[in-house]
Design a protein around this ligand. Structure first.
Ligand code: SAH
Length: 394
């Protein structure tokens, strides 16, 4: 077993069970891509078993902090069983769930979502890549399913020196599945959809939105960055008279329109607009339009803390525009999924937007990723999604 020796003082984060070892922390030692290594403190003390990633700034990710544990097929089977056991206790009323959420489930660089009868997975670093075949078999064994689609077409793989990889890893056939969420039906294509197919992390926030629309009696709703219309269905289910879905992806909007039909809502209550959200918001302001409830669920504006400043300006801008478009007494549901922007900073950005808009609003609910995307105490980076429900002063 190869050993990776850390510089003095660099053992602290592993001792706090944070699973990443950065390139600059390593004094000596190297290994092949994905190879299991023993990570040691400067004095040779055992810290963790991990996987080496020669091309990445995150040079090692820890599999285990237990010296007695072996990294083998049984290890992956145990971790997957633990991840499934957690989900079983969450009581999620949907046949689409995140089963493995990477570091939070002790399986760094592995994301696995279930969509009805199939799994869709991302292998995001050299370690999970190396064990891919074994992990695929263990996942099917543990779930009793027979089909697993790979969606390792993610930018971060480049940082690991890995090429994109997509396609059926196990099983085959149609890549489209109909899933159930809060009594709504949604069509997910694991080959064409974003990420592994759908944004499961917003499941609870979509339900929260349906509740707010019902509670406030919101008549006209604007869903920005709608993707396939999850929040639009929520608004319709909550009783909205009219919902506008705005996205820059034509296929996503076509699916949103189809979702309205599939769920038995009157097509006349929904409008799909293919546009850049920022431009759309400005145009609506110029036209003097306003809405009773608005959702802002943009893509990741900041991939890292370094990009936070530019991203902050972009968040502030759309939030300012949305607050200006909101009728007095209206609700804004605003999100950020940028890991580099923490909940406090996000709140400050939104406060700045309200200040610039000259609008007063109260935070009436705080939102986060659904619990099948758990955040762990030891890995704060895993907590990427935050949202605020704001009620504009009447
Ligand atoms: N709210 C959705 C998920 C949104 S993901 C849900 O609950 O499922 C972000 C969406 O923003 C994607 O669908 C992407 O196509 C869209 N998008 C990205 N940049 C955009 C832009 N500038 N204008 C409009 N839509 C954009």
């Amino acid at each position: 077993m190869k050993a990776i020796r850390l510089r003095e003082g660099k053992e602290r984060s592993l001792l706090r069970r944070h699973p990443w070892v950065f390139e600059g922390s390593i004094a000596k030692g190297r290994a092949d891509a994905g190879e299991t290594v023993r990570v040691e403190a400067h004095d040779g003390r055992f810290l963790a078993w991990g996987a080496y990633s020669p091309a990445s700034a995150i040079r090692v990710r820890a599999w285990s902090f237990d010296e007695a544990e072996r990294i083998d097929a049984a290890f992956f089977a145990r971790r997957i069983a633990a991840a499934l056991a957690l989900r079983a206790r969450l009581g999620i009323d949907s046949d689409a769930q995140r089963l493995v959420h990477g570091e939070a489930d002790g399986l760094p660089g592995l994301v696995v979502d279930r969509y009805a009868e199939a799994l869709s997975a991302q292998f995001l670093f050299a370690g999970s890549e190396r064990w891919k075949a074994l992990i695929a078999d263990a996942l099917l064994q543990a779930t009793g399913l027979s089909r697993l689609y790979e969606r390792s077409d993610v930018g971060v793989r480049k940082l690991e020196g890995l090429a994109p990889a997509t396609g059926w890893l196990r099983g085959g056939g149609d890549t489209r599945f109909t899933i159930r969420e809060h009594g709504w039906q949604l069509q997910v294509d694991v080959a064409q959809g974003h990420k592994t197919g759908y944004y499961l992390d917003q499941r609870d926030s979509r339900q929260a939105f349906a509740r707010w629309v019902r509670r406030l009696g919101s008549a006209e709703v604007l869903n920005c960055y709608s993707y396939t219309g999850g929040f639009s269905l929520a608004a319709l289910a909550g009783g909205a008279q009219r919902v506008v879905s705005v996205d820059s992806s034509a296929p996503a909007l076509a699916q949103a329109t189809e979702h309205v039909r599939l769920n038995g809502f009157d097509a006349a209550r929904h409008e799909a607009v293919d546009a850049d959200v920022n431009a759309y918001l400005r145009e609506q302001l110029q036209r003097g339009r306003s809405f009773d409830a608005i959702v802002l669920d943009p893509p990741k504006f900041a991939a890292s803390a370094a990009q936070a400043e530019r991203a902050a300006r972009a968040y502030k801008d759309i939030n300012r525009l949305a607050l200006l478009l909101l009728r007095p007494g209206g609700l804004l549901l605003t999100f950020s999924c940028s890991g580099g922007i923490g909940p406090e900073l996000f709140q400050k950005i939104v406060a700045g937007a309200a200040m610039d808009a000259g609008v007063d609003a109260a935070i009436v609910e705080r939102l986060a990723a659904a619990p099948d995307h758990p955040a762990t105490l030891f890995f704060p980076e895993g907590e990427y999604l935050k949202g605020l429900a704001l009620l504009r002063a009447g």
